[in-house]
Design a protein around this ligand. Sequence first.
Ligand SMILES: Cc1cc2nc3c(=O)[nH]c(=O)nc-3n(C[C@H](O)[C@H](O)[C@H](O)COP(=O)(O)OP(=O)(O)OC[C@H]3O[C@@H](n4cnc5c(N)ncnc54)[C@H](O)[C@@H]3O)c2cc1C
Length: 567
Amino acid sequence: MLSHDIVIVGGGLAGLRAAVGLCEKYDVAILSKVHPIRSHSIAAQGGINASLANHPEGKDDSWEKHTFDTIKGSDYLADQHAVEIMCRQAPIIVYEMEHWGCPFSRFEDGSIAQRPFGGAGYPRTCYSADITGHVLLNTLYERAVSKGVKVYSEWYAIALVIDNGQCHGIIAFDLINGKIFPIKSKVTVFATGGYGRVYQYSTNALINTGSGIGIAYKAGVPIKDMEFVQFHPTGLIGTNILITEACRGEGGYLINNKNERFMEKYAPKAMELAPRDIVSRSIQTEIEEGRGFDHPLGKYIKLDLRHLGAQKIMEKLPGIRKICIDFIGIDPIYELIPIMPCQHYSMGGIDTNEKTETEIKGFYAAGECACVSVHGANRLGGNSLLDTIVFGKLSAIAIDEYLSGNNVNPEERPLNAKLNDVETNIKKIANNTGERPFSILSDLSKNMSANVGIFRKKDELALALEKIMEIKERYKNVHVSSTSLHMNYELLNAIELGYMIEVAHTIAIGAYLREESRGAHFRRDFSIRNDENWLKHTIARLGADGTPEISFKEVVITRYQPMERKY
Ligand SMILES: Cc1cc2nc3c(=O)[nH]c(=O)nc-3n(C[C@H](O)[C@H](O)[C@H](O)COP(=O)(O)OP(=O)(O)OC[C@H]3O[C@@H](n4cnc5c(N)ncnc54)[C@H](O)[C@@H]3O)c2cc1C
């Protein structure tokens, strides 16, 4: 049987940073369903937050101010001790990445450049033009490879093996060779990223199915705060490709069909740099009240960068200009960019503490698939890249502590039993005669965008849940056209779809139950925040009847009592 001390599922920033922290002492393997460099982290554009105080207008910045902005941005749902840890670590990990060779953009004096971002009191987002994820990911990947981390590329984790409260490893699908293997490990880390593709309109890569969250949930691991889904204000119309918040950070305006900078009405001080939940709702309101523009692909608002001038656009936002030219045929130096809000980020995920530990011994989670929680009900731009690297690093420290202090013996018996279940399930899919996975996924994702979107209401959420139950029934008979295991992406899609339906179910049920509005979760029928009843995390576990069993968990408040959120 294949065996490693530590198996990390996910070759994005969180997984790679955890591997780099462990590989000198342990036998570490990374498993990734695509080549690590194709992980969604590569697509991050705008930057990573750290209170370096390099910007001329940010000389008073500090980790405490970063902590406060993050907690306020989270609508007070974040666990405050965890936010403090992340913000204290931020300058340390940014300088560490710099020393490891990451080419950040620079100010004239040679210091790392910083730009303003939404919901932040100071310009503290460090960046590399508009390819920050690209440079961070390449830096960490090179380091992991140079240190001898074993990478299983195009291997997919199908199931997590938990027995008696301990994790014994995973069942993996080697797509290239068409084989399914158990992999035994003392520690398993999930760094499997977000679930954007559960929605029809998303800025996320097609690989962002959230299957890691679904796999953990199906194995009995609790997941947290799934109803909090971030909608980014500015997705390019049609393709939903992200148009980074850095466009507004550099001074871009949002314009309606009356030629007004409408953010004046919604966030008079922060304007276009209010947090994402507020800007997305403002855009959606403008569109719903008839002040949007029409396009065959949908209604939209315009993002104006023209006043920034050609030089600034070409120097600081070259990737955005290229996306606009290539995908929609407009040049933002001269024309306005048509944008609409769309799904972008998963605040919820696998329930972990600030050490990335889950309830299960030997099972850890970090990055977007995890919910520590540092983002609470709404993540600030630039805080996710930070979260991935900080908690990837802290995960390595916690795992070292665990392995140094315990004699851990994973067993083969539960792995073999799970392998058997997985093989039986694949045979069943092969013999099914129902629909192909893409048609079921299309209905699932349309349901989520239509009924569990930016604005939510009880009857729509009830309808969403009803449809999910119907979809679950249809999925039982999902059919694939070839049963070969060799590079069979349709089979992989069918397996992943099962997990996506579970993820969608936990999002919809959390949204249905939470009768208040907080951060990105906005209920038209309960439009204000209700701290008395709802200042708590939602926990979902797989119930005995196969539906989510919901409970709640206290939010950790240290120094910052909840206040009204004004921008
Ligand atoms: C377009 C875009 C721009 C963004 N820009 C910014 C930004 O400027 N600043 C910021 O802070 N945040 C940004 N974000 C958010 C941020 O990039 C992500 O949250 C973060 O990179 C996620 O990193 P991760 O390591 O958790 O996961 P990912 O980078 O998504 O990696 C997930 C990994 O898991 C693997 N995987 C998943 N499931 C399985 C499975 N079952 N088996 C095997 N492998 C699996 C994948 O192959 C991949 O290697 C952006 C996000 C998007 C979509």
